[in-house]
Design a binder for this molecule. Structure first.
Ligand SMILES: NC(=O)c1ccc[n+]([C@@H]2O[C@H](COP(=O)([O-])OP(=O)(O)OC[C@H]3O[C@@H](n4cnc5c(N)ncnc54)[C@H](O)[C@@H]3O)[C@@H](O)[C@H]2O)c1
Length: 238
């Protein structure tokens, strides 16, 4: 049983953070179930799975597949969407879509992962929240921060539920990261945000991925229910 490969599921695996996670988890020795609505190519120890996280059945099937093919150890909910817009222009369809992917999709991931990881003898769930879920944001659809605050709350609920089953659940709350999502802001806006950060720059994807890999890995034995700020010191909750 224990000679099966170590498995991790990453949703949003085709995205900037997802790709950094896949390559990091490969270095850590995992077989990676790379789930996304977008196309991903299969490579050694990368199993692409076309999944829309808003489809609960598909997410449950993903957990089943990963549990059959590997000793599932970790699950990262990184699928997400973001809409940059003046708050007063925010529309209803954006609200529904952002909540469906970011919040309901993460709930589907947590709900599918917890029993699968528990059956495998324990494991780790890591959710991707945001500083927007802690302090809100301007020039962003208000659903984004609301969805991420919901992700933080989900993290705590699954941390409580998972603890007695050997499953730890944590989240990262990144600030703005270099990549296509922050590219939704105009260059001038992005530069202003970088300069407003105590470190005078945005995060790099690998800097977020490394924290997630720690939370998802066996070195994390007692961190549970934490919302870990990875924001360069832009917001320091006590
Ligand atoms: N980039 C940032 O500045 C930043 C900051 C804080 C938090 N985050 C969060 O980090 C996570 C990753 O973001 P990123 O920067 O890699 O963005 P990205 O746009 O590069 O990647 C997001 C991925 O999610 C996938 N996706 C979207 N809807 C999906 C669905 N319904 N089902 C499955 N997959 C779906 C997309 O296809 C894409 O590959 C997101 O949850 C995002 O909210 C990003």
């Amino acid at each position: 049983m224990n000679d099966r490969p170590r498995g991790v599921v990453v949703t949003g695996a085709a995205g900037d953070l997802g790709r950094a996670l896949c390559s990091g988890f490969l270095d850590d020795g995992f077989t990676v179930f790379a789930a996304d609505v977008a196309q991903i190519d299969a490579t050694a120890r990368v199993v692409p799975v076309r999944v829309d996280v808003t489809d609960r059945r598909a997410v449950v099937d993903l957990a089943e597949q990963a549990s059959v093919e590997t000793r599932l150890e970790a699950w990262v909910n990184a699928a997400g969407i973001f809409v940059a817009c003046p708050v007063l222009d925010a529309d209803e369809s954006g609200w529904q879509r952002i909540l469906a992917v970011n919040l309901t999709g993460t709930w589907h991931g947590c709900a599918a992962a917890l029993p699968a990881l528990a059956r495998a003898g324990g494991g780790r769930i890591v959710n991707v929240g945001s500083v927007s879920g802690q302090i809100g944001g301007s020039a962003v659809h208000p659903a984004y921060g609301a969805s991420k605050a919901g992700v933080h709350a989900l993290t705590k609920t699954y941390a409580l539920e998972g603890a007695r089953r050997g499953v730890l659940c944590n989240a990262v709350a990144p600030g703005l990261i270099e990549g296509s999502m922050s590219g939704e802001f105009e260059a001038r806006q992005r530069e202003r945000m970088a300069q407003a950060n105590p470190m005078r720059r945005l995060a790099r994807m690998d800097e977020i991925a490394r924290v997630i890999r720690f939370l998802a890995g066996p070195s994390n034995t007692y961190m549970n229910g934490a919302i870990v700020p990875v924001n360069g010191g832009a917001y320091m909750p006590s």
